[in-house]
Design a protein around this ligand. Structure first.
Ligand SMILES: Cc1ncc(COP(=O)(O)O)c(C=O)c1O
Length: 476
Protein backbone atom coordinates (compact mmCIF):
# COMPACT_ATOMS: atom_id res chain seq x y z
CA UNK A 1 0.00 0.00 0.00
CA UNK A 2 1.19 3.50 -0.78
CA UNK A 3 2.31 5.66 2.08
CA UNK A 4 1.20 9.26 2.50
CA UNK A 5 3.99 11.35 1.07
CA UNK A 6 4.49 15.06 0.93
CA UNK A 7 5.78 16.64 -2.25
CA UNK A 8 6.49 20.37 -2.29
CA UNK A 9 4.06 20.93 0.58
CA UNK A 10 1.43 18.84 -1.19
CA UNK A 11 -0.08 15.66 0.05
CA UNK A 12 0.17 13.61 -3.11
CA UNK A 13 -1.09 10.32 -1.79
CA UNK A 14 -4.14 10.44 -4.01
CA UNK A 15 -2.30 12.21 -6.84
CA UNK A 16 0.60 9.74 -7.08
CA UNK A 17 -0.21 8.89 -10.68
CA UNK A 18 -0.52 12.42 -11.92
CA UNK A 19 1.68 13.71 -14.70
CA UNK A 20 4.05 16.64 -14.28
CA UNK A 21 1.58 19.28 -15.47
CA UNK A 22 -1.14 18.13 -13.07
CA UNK A 23 1.25 17.89 -10.13
CA UNK A 24 2.65 21.34 -10.75
CA UNK A 25 -0.88 22.72 -11.01
CA UNK A 26 -1.81 21.26 -7.64
CA UNK A 27 1.39 22.42 -6.01
CA UNK A 28 0.83 25.96 -7.23
CA UNK A 29 -2.79 26.16 -6.11
CA UNK A 30 -2.98 24.74 -2.61
CA UNK A 31 -4.88 27.67 -1.14
CA UNK A 32 -7.26 27.77 -4.09
CA UNK A 33 -7.88 24.07 -3.53
CA UNK A 34 -8.79 24.69 0.10
CA UNK A 35 -11.20 27.45 -0.99
CA UNK A 36 -12.71 25.05 -3.53
CA UNK A 37 -13.35 22.46 -0.83
CA UNK A 38 -15.27 25.13 1.11
CA UNK A 39 -17.09 26.33 -2.00
CA UNK A 40 -18.32 22.82 -2.82
CA UNK A 41 -20.26 22.88 0.43
CA UNK A 42 -22.22 26.00 -0.55
CA UNK A 43 -22.38 25.89 -4.38
CA UNK A 44 -23.88 22.96 -6.25
CA UNK A 45 -20.93 22.66 -8.63
CA UNK A 46 -18.40 24.49 -6.49
CA UNK A 47 -18.35 27.53 -8.78
CA UNK A 48 -20.71 30.38 -9.58
CA UNK A 49 -20.57 30.25 -13.39
CA UNK A 50 -20.47 26.98 -15.34
CA UNK A 51 -17.47 28.06 -17.37
CA UNK A 52 -15.35 28.65 -14.25
CA UNK A 53 -15.53 24.96 -13.36
CA UNK A 54 -12.02 23.49 -13.45
CA UNK A 55 -10.61 20.33 -11.91
CA UNK A 56 -8.84 19.69 -9.60
CA UNK A 57 -9.55 23.28 -8.56
CA UNK A 58 -10.44 26.57 -10.19
CA UNK A 59 -8.14 29.43 -9.25
CA UNK A 60 -9.35 31.96 -6.69
CA UNK A 61 -8.22 35.48 -7.43
CA UNK A 62 -7.79 38.42 -5.13
CA UNK A 63 -7.05 41.40 -7.37
CA UNK A 64 -6.46 42.51 -10.92
CA UNK A 65 -4.94 45.50 -12.69
CA UNK A 66 -4.43 46.20 -16.39
CA UNK A 67 -3.64 42.91 -18.13
CA UNK A 68 -2.72 41.08 -14.89
CA UNK A 69 -4.40 39.34 -12.02
CA UNK A 70 -3.22 37.55 -8.89
CA UNK A 71 -4.54 34.48 -7.11
CA UNK A 72 -4.75 33.58 -3.44
CA UNK A 73 -1.58 31.48 -3.72
CA UNK A 74 0.37 34.54 -4.90
CA UNK A 75 0.60 33.47 -8.55
CA UNK A 76 0.51 36.26 -11.14
CA UNK A 77 -1.27 35.81 -14.48
CA UNK A 78 -1.61 37.57 -17.78
CA UNK A 79 -5.39 37.42 -17.88
CA UNK A 80 -7.24 36.41 -21.05
CA UNK A 81 -10.68 36.07 -19.48
CA UNK A 82 -10.96 39.81 -19.24
CA UNK A 83 -14.24 39.70 -17.36
CA UNK A 84 -15.72 37.14 -19.81
CA UNK A 85 -15.09 39.73 -22.54
CA UNK A 86 -16.43 42.76 -20.65
CA UNK A 87 -13.06 44.40 -19.98
CA UNK A 88 -11.92 45.70 -23.35
CA UNK A 89 -9.97 48.41 -21.49
CA UNK A 90 -8.32 45.95 -19.10
CA UNK A 91 -8.83 45.59 -15.36
CA UNK A 92 -9.64 48.70 -13.31
CA UNK A 93 -9.09 51.20 -16.11
CA UNK A 94 -8.45 54.51 -14.27
CA UNK A 95 -11.08 56.52 -16.16
CA UNK A 96 -13.80 53.90 -15.73
CA UNK A 97 -12.87 53.30 -12.09
CA UNK A 98 -12.90 57.02 -11.31
CA UNK A 99 -16.34 57.40 -12.88
CA UNK A 100 -17.71 54.45 -10.89
CA UNK A 101 -16.12 55.47 -7.57
CA UNK A 102 -17.34 59.06 -7.91
CA UNK A 103 -20.82 57.75 -8.62
CA UNK A 104 -20.68 55.32 -5.69
CA UNK A 105 -20.00 58.31 -3.41
CA UNK A 106 -22.99 60.15 -4.84
CA UNK A 107 -25.28 57.14 -4.60
CA UNK A 108 -25.58 53.73 -6.22
CA UNK A 109 -29.33 53.82 -6.66
CA UNK A 110 -31.25 57.07 -6.76
CA UNK A 111 -34.71 55.59 -7.16
CA UNK A 112 -35.11 58.16 -9.90
CA UNK A 113 -34.05 58.92 -13.44
CA UNK A 114 -30.60 60.48 -13.87
CA UNK A 115 -28.56 62.23 -16.54
CA UNK A 116 -25.84 59.61 -16.96
CA UNK A 117 -28.35 57.04 -18.24
CA UNK A 118 -29.22 59.49 -21.03
CA UNK A 119 -25.56 60.13 -21.89
CA UNK A 120 -24.93 56.39 -21.87
CA UNK A 121 -27.83 55.69 -24.23
CA UNK A 122 -26.81 58.58 -26.49
CA UNK A 123 -23.41 56.97 -26.92
CA UNK A 124 -25.03 53.64 -27.80
CA UNK A 125 -27.12 55.36 -30.49
CA UNK A 126 -23.99 57.03 -31.89
CA UNK A 127 -21.98 53.83 -31.97
CA UNK A 128 -24.34 50.99 -32.93
CA UNK A 129 -25.64 51.32 -36.51
CA UNK A 130 -29.09 49.77 -35.94
CA UNK A 131 -29.62 52.14 -33.01
CA UNK A 132 -28.85 55.34 -34.94
CA UNK A 133 -31.94 57.48 -34.63
CA UNK A 134 -33.37 54.60 -32.61
CA UNK A 135 -34.13 53.63 -29.04
CA UNK A 136 -32.23 51.92 -26.21
CA UNK A 137 -33.66 49.83 -23.37
CA UNK A 138 -31.27 48.99 -20.54
CA UNK A 139 -31.37 45.63 -18.75
CA UNK A 140 -29.14 44.04 -16.11
CA UNK A 141 -27.38 41.41 -18.20
CA UNK A 142 -26.96 40.04 -21.70
CA UNK A 143 -29.41 37.27 -20.87
CA UNK A 144 -32.08 39.79 -19.96
CA UNK A 145 -31.34 41.72 -23.14
CA UNK A 146 -31.94 38.70 -25.37
CA UNK A 147 -35.12 37.85 -23.42
CA UNK A 148 -36.37 41.36 -24.03
CA UNK A 149 -35.43 41.45 -27.71
CA UNK A 150 -37.29 38.21 -28.34
CA UNK A 151 -40.33 39.45 -26.46
CA UNK A 152 -40.33 42.65 -28.53
CA UNK A 153 -40.08 40.62 -31.75
CA UNK A 154 -43.00 38.43 -30.72
CA UNK A 155 -45.09 41.37 -29.56
CA UNK A 156 -44.43 43.31 -32.76
CA UNK A 157 -45.01 40.47 -35.22
CA UNK A 158 -47.70 38.60 -33.26
CA UNK A 159 -45.77 35.42 -34.09
CA UNK A 160 -44.32 32.89 -31.67
CA UNK A 161 -41.38 30.91 -33.07
CA UNK A 162 -37.76 31.96 -32.95
CA UNK A 163 -34.90 30.73 -35.09
CA UNK A 164 -31.52 30.36 -33.45
CA UNK A 165 -28.41 28.39 -34.44
CA UNK A 166 -26.75 25.41 -32.81
CA UNK A 167 -23.91 26.43 -30.49
CA UNK A 168 -24.82 30.12 -30.66
CA UNK A 169 -25.14 31.35 -27.10
CA UNK A 170 -27.67 33.95 -26.01
CA UNK A 171 -27.80 33.58 -22.25
CA UNK A 172 -29.35 30.91 -20.11
CA UNK A 173 -33.10 31.48 -20.33
CA UNK A 174 -35.54 28.91 -21.71
CA UNK A 175 -35.97 29.97 -25.33
CA UNK A 176 -32.31 30.33 -26.24
CA UNK A 177 -30.40 27.90 -24.02
CA UNK A 178 -31.96 25.00 -25.88
CA UNK A 179 -30.18 23.55 -28.85
CA UNK A 180 -33.26 21.46 -29.27
CA UNK A 181 -34.31 20.35 -32.71
CA UNK A 182 -36.45 17.26 -33.25
CA UNK A 183 -34.73 16.69 -36.61
CA UNK A 184 -31.25 16.50 -35.11
CA UNK A 185 -31.64 15.72 -31.43
CA UNK A 186 -30.94 12.05 -31.94
CA UNK A 187 -27.62 12.90 -33.58
CA UNK A 188 -26.83 15.56 -31.03
CA UNK A 189 -26.44 13.14 -28.12
CA UNK A 190 -30.21 12.87 -27.60
CA UNK A 191 -29.92 16.13 -25.67
CA UNK A 192 -32.97 16.85 -23.58
CA UNK A 193 -33.22 20.22 -21.92
CA UNK A 194 -34.30 19.33 -18.38
CA UNK A 195 -36.27 21.99 -16.57
CA UNK A 196 -37.67 23.40 -19.81
CA UNK A 197 -41.03 22.04 -20.93
CA UNK A 198 -40.89 20.43 -24.34
CA UNK A 199 -43.71 22.74 -25.45
CA UNK A 200 -41.38 25.70 -24.88
CA UNK A 201 -38.55 24.00 -26.80
CA UNK A 202 -40.88 23.62 -29.77
CA UNK A 203 -41.08 27.40 -30.12
CA UNK A 204 -37.35 27.45 -30.82
CA UNK A 205 -35.97 26.14 -34.09
CA UNK A 206 -32.26 25.50 -33.49
CA UNK A 207 -30.71 25.24 -36.96
CA UNK A 208 -27.19 24.39 -38.11
CA UNK A 209 -24.99 27.49 -38.22
CA UNK A 210 -24.79 29.23 -41.60
CA UNK A 211 -27.41 26.95 -43.19
CA UNK A 212 -29.51 29.37 -45.22
CA UNK A 213 -31.69 26.63 -46.71
CA UNK A 214 -32.83 25.52 -43.26
CA UNK A 215 -33.68 29.12 -42.44
CA UNK A 216 -35.74 29.48 -45.62
CA UNK A 217 -37.56 26.21 -44.95
CA UNK A 218 -38.37 27.13 -41.34
CA UNK A 219 -39.61 30.58 -42.31
CA UNK A 220 -41.79 29.02 -45.03
CA UNK A 221 -43.40 26.79 -42.38
CA UNK A 222 -44.67 30.01 -40.80
CA UNK A 223 -45.15 31.68 -37.40
CA UNK A 224 -41.53 32.88 -37.14
CA UNK A 225 -41.12 36.10 -35.14
CA UNK A 226 -37.35 36.50 -35.31
CA UNK A 227 -33.96 35.12 -36.14
CA UNK A 228 -31.32 35.64 -33.46
CA UNK A 229 -27.61 34.91 -33.86
CA UNK A 230 -24.14 35.82 -32.77
CA UNK A 231 -23.09 37.68 -35.92
CA UNK A 232 -19.41 37.01 -35.34
CA UNK A 233 -20.05 33.27 -35.05
CA UNK A 234 -21.14 30.68 -32.50
CA UNK A 235 -19.77 31.00 -28.95
CA UNK A 236 -17.66 34.13 -29.44
CA UNK A 237 -16.49 33.16 -32.92
CA UNK A 238 -15.73 29.47 -32.42
CA UNK A 239 -17.67 28.68 -35.59
CA UNK A 240 -17.29 31.68 -37.89
CA UNK A 241 -20.22 33.24 -39.73
CA UNK A 242 -19.52 34.16 -43.37
CA UNK A 243 -20.53 37.69 -44.39
CA UNK A 244 -22.57 36.19 -47.24
CA UNK A 245 -24.73 34.30 -44.73
CA UNK A 246 -25.44 37.52 -42.83
CA UNK A 247 -26.36 39.25 -46.09
CA UNK A 248 -28.65 36.40 -47.11
CA UNK A 249 -30.27 36.38 -43.67
CA UNK A 250 -30.87 40.10 -43.91
CA UNK A 251 -32.55 39.69 -47.28
CA UNK A 252 -34.73 36.72 -46.33
CA UNK A 253 -35.88 38.18 -43.01
CA UNK A 254 -36.73 41.52 -44.60
CA UNK A 255 -38.70 39.86 -47.42
CA UNK A 256 -40.69 37.76 -44.95
CA UNK A 257 -41.41 40.29 -42.19
CA UNK A 258 -39.22 38.38 -39.74
CA UNK A 259 -37.17 40.46 -37.28
CA UNK A 260 -33.41 40.04 -37.42
CA UNK A 261 -31.66 40.29 -34.04
CA UNK A 262 -27.90 40.42 -33.79
CA UNK A 263 -26.80 39.30 -30.36
CA UNK A 264 -23.85 41.64 -29.95
CA UNK A 265 -23.32 40.99 -26.26
CA UNK A 266 -19.76 39.92 -27.15
CA UNK A 267 -19.14 41.61 -30.50
CA UNK A 268 -20.75 44.95 -29.60
CA UNK A 269 -18.03 47.62 -29.25
CA UNK A 270 -15.42 44.86 -29.85
CA UNK A 271 -15.49 43.74 -33.50
CA UNK A 272 -15.52 47.43 -34.34
CA UNK A 273 -16.75 50.44 -32.34
CA UNK A 274 -20.18 49.71 -33.87
CA UNK A 275 -19.86 45.95 -33.37
CA UNK A 276 -20.14 43.16 -35.93
CA UNK A 277 -22.85 45.04 -37.83
CA UNK A 278 -20.32 47.78 -38.57
CA UNK A 279 -17.60 45.28 -39.39
CA UNK A 280 -19.73 43.21 -41.79
CA UNK A 281 -21.87 46.09 -43.06
CA UNK A 282 -25.11 44.19 -42.36
CA UNK A 283 -27.58 46.07 -40.18
CA UNK A 284 -30.10 44.09 -38.11
CA UNK A 285 -33.45 45.35 -36.86
CA UNK A 286 -32.44 45.07 -33.23
CA UNK A 287 -29.28 44.36 -31.33
CA UNK A 288 -28.64 43.02 -27.86
CA UNK A 289 -25.69 44.39 -25.94
CA UNK A 290 -23.90 43.63 -22.68
CA UNK A 291 -20.37 43.12 -21.33
CA UNK A 292 -18.36 46.09 -22.73
CA UNK A 293 -21.56 48.18 -22.73
CA UNK A 294 -21.31 48.66 -18.96
CA UNK A 295 -17.53 49.01 -18.79
CA UNK A 296 -17.04 45.83 -16.76
CA UNK A 297 -20.02 46.39 -14.45
CA UNK A 298 -23.32 44.49 -14.76
CA UNK A 299 -25.55 45.64 -17.57
CA UNK A 300 -27.24 44.92 -20.86
CA UNK A 301 -29.40 46.63 -23.44
CA UNK A 302 -31.60 46.17 -26.45
CA UNK A 303 -31.13 48.79 -29.12
CA UNK A 304 -32.97 49.18 -32.36
CA UNK A 305 -35.40 51.01 -34.54
CA UNK A 306 -38.20 52.96 -32.89
CA UNK A 307 -40.79 50.99 -34.83
CA UNK A 308 -39.99 47.85 -32.80
CA UNK A 309 -38.83 49.44 -29.57
CA UNK A 310 -42.10 51.36 -29.31
CA UNK A 311 -43.64 48.14 -28.00
CA UNK A 312 -42.31 49.43 -24.66
CA UNK A 313 -43.92 52.87 -25.00
CA UNK A 314 -46.78 54.10 -22.85
CA UNK A 315 -49.78 55.89 -24.30
CA UNK A 316 -49.44 55.00 -27.98
CA UNK A 317 -52.36 56.52 -29.80
CA UNK A 318 -54.78 53.89 -31.02
CA UNK A 319 -53.16 51.11 -28.94
CA UNK A 320 -54.34 49.87 -25.60
CA UNK A 321 -51.61 49.84 -22.94
CA UNK A 322 -52.53 46.21 -22.40
CA UNK A 323 -50.72 45.64 -25.68
CA UNK A 324 -47.40 47.06 -24.54
CA UNK A 325 -44.46 45.22 -22.99
CA UNK A 326 -43.84 46.17 -19.39
CA UNK A 327 -40.28 46.37 -18.16
CA UNK A 328 -39.61 46.84 -14.48
CA UNK A 329 -36.17 45.89 -13.08
CA UNK A 330 -34.70 47.33 -9.88
CA UNK A 331 -31.23 47.80 -11.31
CA UNK A 332 -32.11 48.89 -14.86
CA UNK A 333 -29.60 51.60 -15.85
CA UNK A 334 -28.35 51.77 -12.27
CA UNK A 335 -26.06 54.77 -11.76
CA UNK A 336 -22.94 52.69 -11.07
CA UNK A 337 -23.15 50.68 -14.31
CA UNK A 338 -24.26 53.78 -16.19
CA UNK A 339 -21.25 55.78 -14.99
CA UNK A 340 -18.79 52.98 -15.84
CA UNK A 341 -20.46 52.23 -19.18
CA UNK A 342 -20.64 55.87 -20.15
CA UNK A 343 -16.93 56.32 -19.40
CA UNK A 344 -15.99 53.17 -21.31
CA UNK A 345 -18.06 54.02 -24.41
CA UNK A 346 -16.59 57.52 -24.31
CA UNK A 347 -13.13 56.02 -24.74
CA UNK A 348 -14.35 53.77 -27.55
CA UNK A 349 -15.84 56.79 -29.31
CA UNK A 350 -12.40 58.45 -29.17
CA UNK A 351 -11.34 55.84 -31.72
CA UNK A 352 -8.06 54.73 -30.16
CA UNK A 353 -9.14 51.41 -28.68
CA UNK A 354 -9.64 49.34 -31.82
CA UNK A 355 -6.44 49.93 -33.78
CA UNK A 356 -4.45 48.92 -30.66
CA UNK A 357 -6.46 45.89 -29.60
CA UNK A 358 -6.80 44.53 -33.13
CA UNK A 359 -3.07 44.75 -33.72
CA UNK A 360 -2.35 42.88 -30.48
CA UNK A 361 -4.86 40.19 -31.41
CA UNK A 362 -3.29 39.77 -34.82
CA UNK A 363 0.17 39.48 -33.22
CA UNK A 364 -1.05 36.84 -30.77
CA UNK A 365 -2.82 34.81 -33.45
CA UNK A 366 0.20 34.88 -35.75
CA UNK A 367 2.57 34.00 -32.88
CA UNK A 368 0.48 31.03 -31.76
CA UNK A 369 0.11 29.77 -35.31
CA UNK A 370 3.88 30.01 -35.79
CA UNK A 371 4.43 27.94 -32.62
CA UNK A 372 1.88 25.36 -33.77
CA UNK A 373 3.51 25.11 -37.17
CA UNK A 374 7.07 24.90 -35.80
CA UNK A 375 6.06 22.19 -33.34
CA UNK A 376 4.50 20.06 -36.06
CA UNK A 377 1.24 19.81 -34.12
CA UNK A 378 -1.94 19.55 -36.15
CA UNK A 379 -3.78 22.64 -34.96
CA UNK A 380 -4.85 26.18 -35.58
CA UNK A 381 -5.42 29.57 -33.98
CA UNK A 382 -8.22 31.71 -35.37
CA UNK A 383 -10.61 34.47 -34.50
CA UNK A 384 -13.51 36.09 -36.26
CA UNK A 385 -13.04 39.21 -34.23
CA UNK A 386 -9.42 40.31 -34.09
CA UNK A 387 -9.34 40.43 -30.31
CA UNK A 388 -10.69 36.98 -29.40
CA UNK A 389 -8.39 34.16 -30.44
CA UNK A 390 -9.34 30.48 -30.33
CA UNK A 391 -6.98 27.55 -30.40
CA UNK A 392 -7.97 24.20 -31.85
CA UNK A 393 -6.06 20.90 -31.91
CA UNK A 394 -6.80 18.49 -34.72
CA UNK A 395 -8.72 21.30 -36.45
CA UNK A 396 -7.90 22.86 -39.80
CA UNK A 397 -9.27 25.88 -41.70
CA UNK A 398 -11.68 23.74 -43.66
CA UNK A 399 -13.33 22.42 -40.46
CA UNK A 400 -14.37 25.97 -39.64
CA UNK A 401 -16.51 26.13 -42.78
CA UNK A 402 -19.68 24.91 -41.13
CA UNK A 403 -22.80 25.35 -43.25
CA UNK A 404 -25.08 22.36 -42.59
CA UNK A 405 -25.77 19.67 -40.02
CA UNK A 406 -23.08 17.31 -41.35
CA UNK A 407 -20.28 19.86 -41.21
CA UNK A 408 -21.54 21.04 -37.81
CA UNK A 409 -21.41 17.52 -36.36
CA UNK A 410 -17.99 16.90 -37.88
CA UNK A 411 -16.70 20.07 -36.25
CA UNK A 412 -18.27 19.23 -32.89
CA UNK A 413 -16.84 15.71 -32.90
CA UNK A 414 -13.33 16.96 -33.64
CA UNK A 415 -13.68 19.55 -30.92
CA UNK A 416 -14.93 16.98 -28.42
CA UNK A 417 -12.11 14.60 -29.27
CA UNK A 418 -9.54 17.30 -28.49
CA UNK A 419 -11.22 18.54 -25.28
CA UNK A 420 -8.82 16.71 -22.98
CA UNK A 421 -5.77 18.05 -24.78
CA UNK A 422 -7.18 21.57 -24.79
CA UNK A 423 -7.77 21.31 -21.04
CA UNK A 424 -4.18 20.19 -20.52
CA UNK A 425 -2.87 23.08 -22.63
CA UNK A 426 -4.98 25.40 -20.48
CA UNK A 427 -3.55 23.85 -17.32
CA UNK A 428 0.02 24.08 -18.59
CA UNK A 429 -0.57 27.73 -19.53
CA UNK A 430 -1.94 28.48 -16.06
CA UNK A 431 1.22 26.92 -14.60
CA UNK A 432 3.14 29.32 -16.83
CA UNK A 433 1.21 32.37 -15.59
CA UNK A 434 -1.24 32.70 -18.48
CA UNK A 435 -4.97 32.40 -17.82
CA UNK A 436 -6.90 31.69 -21.04
CA UNK A 437 -10.70 31.41 -21.00
CA UNK A 438 -10.76 27.73 -21.86
CA UNK A 439 -9.27 27.53 -25.33
CA UNK A 440 -9.75 31.22 -26.10
CA UNK A 441 -7.78 34.35 -25.41
CA UNK A 442 -9.79 37.54 -24.92
CA UNK A 443 -7.70 40.65 -25.33
CA UNK A 444 -7.89 44.16 -23.93
CA UNK A 445 -5.97 47.34 -24.69
CA UNK A 446 -4.05 46.71 -21.46
CA UNK A 447 -2.24 43.77 -23.09
CA UNK A 448 1.03 45.23 -24.29
CA UNK A 449 3.57 43.90 -26.77
CA UNK A 450 5.57 42.22 -24.02
CA UNK A 451 2.44 40.44 -22.69
CA UNK A 452 1.85 39.01 -26.15
CA UNK A 453 5.48 37.90 -26.49
CA UNK A 454 5.39 36.22 -23.07
CA UNK A 455 2.10 34.50 -23.94
CA UNK A 456 3.57 33.10 -27.15
CA UNK A 457 6.67 31.88 -25.27
CA UNK A 458 4.49 30.25 -22.62
CA UNK A 459 2.30 28.64 -25.25
CA UNK A 460 5.43 27.16 -26.79
CA UNK A 461 6.51 25.89 -23.38
CA UNK A 462 3.03 24.47 -22.72
CA UNK A 463 3.08 22.49 -25.98
CA UNK A 464 6.58 21.26 -25.10
CA UNK A 465 5.34 20.06 -21.69
CA UNK A 466 2.43 18.21 -23.25
CA UNK A 467 4.71 16.65 -25.80
CA UNK A 468 7.14 15.42 -23.16
CA UNK A 469 4.24 13.78 -21.32
CA UNK A 470 3.32 12.02 -24.57
CA UNK A 471 -0.03 13.77 -24.72
CA UNK A 472 0.30 15.12 -28.25
CA UNK A 473 1.17 11.89 -30.02
CA UNK A 474 -2.21 11.68 -31.79
CA UNK A 475 -1.80 15.17 -33.16
CA UNK A 476 1.76 15.14 -34.56
C1 LIG B 1 -23.42 36.22 -27.23
C2 LIG B 1 -23.91 36.26 -25.81
N1 LIG B 1 -25.18 36.59 -25.56
C3 LIG B 1 -25.67 36.65 -24.31
C4 LIG B 1 -24.88 36.36 -23.25
C5 LIG B 1 -25.43 36.42 -21.86
O1 LIG B 1 -24.95 37.55 -21.20
P1 LIG B 1 -24.90 37.56 -19.60
O2 LIG B 1 -23.86 36.58 -19.20
O3 LIG B 1 -24.54 39.00 -19.28
O4 LIG B 1 -26.25 37.22 -19.13
C6 LIG B 1 -23.54 36.01 -23.44
C7 LIG B 1 -22.65 35.69 -22.30
O5 LIG B 1 -21.54 35.27 -22.43
C8 LIG B 1 -23.05 35.93 -24.76
O6 LIG B 1 -21.78 35.53 -25.00
Amino acid sequence: MEKNCVHGGLNVNSEINLGKIDREYLERHQKSKSFYERAKKVFARGVTHDSRYFEPTPIYCVKAKGSRKWDVDGNEYIDYWMGHGALILGHSHPIVTRAAVEQARKGTHLGASHEIEIQWAEKVTRLIPCARGGIVEFTNSGTEATMMAIRIARAYTGKTKIIKFLSHFHGWFDYTIVDYNPDYSHILHGYYPVGIPLEICRYTAALPPNDIESVEKTIEEGDVACVILEPGGASMGLIPTPKKFLEDLRKITRENGVILIFDEVVTGFRDAPGGAQERYGVIPDMSTLGKILAGGYPGGAVAGRKEYMSMLEFNVEGRSDFRRISHPGTFNANPLSAAAGNACLGLILDGKVHPTINRRGEDLKRGINDVIEDSGVNGLAWGTTDSIIYIGIGISEVDLEVSNIESFIKFQKKRERSQKILRMIEKALINGGIHPMGSRFILSIAHNKRDIEITIEKFNEALGNLRSEGLLKDYL
